[in-house]
Design a protein around this ligand. Structure first.
Ligand code: IMP
Ligand code: MG
Length: 183
């Protein structure tokens, strides 16, 4: 059945890649795995905006552990041009990760530059542990060696939208993942 969001944007420049049911099931599994792996711990979840929003709001409700959450701007750290080694939340607060079990949550890992830059910076803060969590991973697009511990789905190199991911800031509100046509 077509959703309201699909109708709203007709004619659609994308086709369905992952539907809501499939995504929800996978996020449920990921939440259970993380809950098991971090039993007895209090994960410090750092969401990479804006792409993480929909995924993280679903994932965090599937993690049945005490946890904390912060947000950082992906665009700010993506190219490694920020001068200092400090990590600042979108609310302007210094992120403290010393002895914490950090989970960096992204909507998608493409070249891997954002994730590897953030890993580098968080490791400088001497956390107890740090891992990458992403809804989507494009292993064929990685340009840097990156160890993604938790991934929802591996996809091809197509440009995708929806579930928090944009094309020129649009389509983040689609409740499914679409593959852009002619992109
Ligand atoms: P990176 O190349 O792994 O550093 O990812 C950079 C960012 O590019 C991601 O966080 C997304 O915001 C964006 N991006 C990469 N591929 C896609 C895509 O297929 N759809 C939407 N955004 C994407
Ligand atoms: Mg984007």
């Amino acid at each position: 059945m077509r959703t309201a969001n699909e109708k709203q944007t007709e004619p659609t420049p994308f086709e369905l890649l992952l539907d809501q049911k499939k995504i929800a099931e996978r996020i449920g599994q990921m939440g259970r795995t993380i809950t098991r792996d971090y039993a007895g711990k209090r994960p410090f979840v750092i969401g990479v905006l804006k792409g993480c929003v929909v995924f993280l709001s679903d994932l965090m409700r599937q993690i049945t552990l005490p946890m904390e959450i912060e947000f950082i701007s992906g665009a700010k750290y993506r190219h490694g041009k920020v001068g200092d080694d400090e990590l600042v939340s979108t609310a302007g607060k210094l992120i403290r990760a010393r002895n914490r079990d950090v989970l960096i949550v992204e909507g998608i890992v493409d070249t891997g530059h954002t994730a590897s830059e953030l890993l580098k910076r968080i490791r400088l803060l001497e956390p107890a542990s740090v891992e990458i969590v992403t809804l989507l991973d494009k292993p064929g697009s990685h340009r840097t060696k990156i160890d993604v511990k938790y991934r929802g789905f591996s996809i091809g190199n197509d440009f995708v939208v929806g579930f928090g991911l944009d094309n020129t800031q649009l389509y983040r509100n689609l409740p499914f993942i679409g593959r852009m046509l002619d992109h």
